[in-house]
Design a protein around this ligand. Structure first.
Ligand code: ADP
Ligand code: MG
Length: 320
């Protein structure tokens, strides 16, 4: 099988069928129709073998993750995902691996109505770059910038679970049974908060997704908004699985510094609290907890019952 047969067999019809795809896989570029009154929201993220997922990580999980990390960026912008492109570099033509990868990728693409409309396939060390494209009604995209002193800080889901899952997969944390399975699943198959991000349009004053670590990503939001943030350690939501396997102190470290959560951290003015409460009470809404507030100044502080706690630094590929 050559490059073009491979593309035809595995990538020609992946994900949703959409009427706004004028031209998909097969030409020199895709042609896509952006609805009138909407803005295009674009992002891209790369996964490198051994860096973003451990060796031996299942192909289907890699496929899912490669799209999930991108849909999470769209979710943080309040965008509705529509299209994706996939640049895939493979060390060898392994049909089982390709089948698994596409199955995982397509499962998430179908769940969110995303069509794979193009890409590139090359030989080299295992690596993939996905680009995700979505839309928002003009002027409604959520941003990192916009939080103000007095706003409340919320996080969706159970931060720290995914980082603990990776620690289990790589032997830095031990545990077994259902707790282990639940945490590993959070790392293997993150669920981007797409529907919730869309519902936060017009409600959140600022929003970011958690990829580098809750404290670090909240720090990015605060810096972009020109404000500071205070997190109350006892308000951090810790899942029972995380608490059980890691213990309270280490669980809190995973939650604040772990990364890979792909949850949303966002701020709302206090007056929007009832609106948010209605939103989170709705069917299908993720768990959502207030963990602190925005203050004048800069930086993130974490306050516990016995004073300030150290704030973990987030992931940085090029930190000296
Ligand atoms: P070109 O040489 O003009 O860049 P390619 O031969 O790389 O085109 O790709 C042929 C077609 O297949 C293009 O439409 C491209 O978008 C698509 N394609 C290539 N690789 C992938 C992939 N991994 N996933 C989805 N589409 C792909
Ligand atoms: Mg090409």
């Amino acid at each position: 099988m050559g490059e073009f047969e491979l593309i035809e067999r595995y990538f020609a019809a992946v994900g949703a069928t959409r009427s706004d795809v004028v031209l998909g896989v097969g030409d020199d570029a895709a042609v896509l129709s952006v609805p009138a009154g909407e803005e295009l929201v674009a992002c891209t993220d790369t996964l490198v073998a051994g860096r973003h997922f451990p060796d031996g990580f299942e192909a289907a999980d890699i496929g899912w993750r490669s799209l999930a990390v991108n849909l999470s960026d769209l979710a943080a912008m309040g965008a509705a995902p529509a299209w994706a492109l996939l640049a895939l570099t493979l060390p060898a033509l392994d049909e089982d691996w390709l089948e698994g990868f596409v199955t995982g990728f397509a499962a998430l693409a179908n769940a969110h109505g995303v069509a794979l409309v193009g890409g590139d396939t090359t030989r080299g060390p295992l690596c993939m770059t996905v680009q995700a494209l979505g839309t928002v009604p003009r002027g409604t995209a959520l941003r990192r910038r916009g939080a103000r002193a007095g706003d409340l800080v919320y996080v969706t889901g159970w931060p720290g679970d995914a980082a603990a899952g990776l620690a289990l997969l790589t032997g830095r944390l031990s545990g077994s049974g259902a707790n282990r399975g639940a945490l590993e699943a959070k790392f293997r198959r993150p669920e981007p908060r797409v529907a919730f991000g869309i519902r936060l349009r017009g409600i959140a004053s600022a929003c970011i997704d958690v990829s580098d670590g809750l404290a670090a990503d909240l720090g990015h939001l605060a810096a972009a908004s020109g404000v500071g943030a205070v997190v109350r350690a006892e308000e951090l939501p810790l899942s029972r699985a995380l608490y059980t396997l890691a213990g309270e102190a280490r669980a809190r470290d995973f939650a604040l510094g772990g990364g890979d959560d792909y949850e949303l951290v966002f701020t709302v003015p206090p007056a929007a609290r009832p609106t948010l409460a209605r939103l989170t009470a709705g069917a299908g809404a993720p768990a959502c907890h207030c963990i602190g507030e925005i203050v004048a100044g800069r930086g993130v502080r974490v306050v516990g019952e016995r004073g300030e706690l150290p704030v973990p630094r987030g992931w940085d590929h090029f930190r000296a």
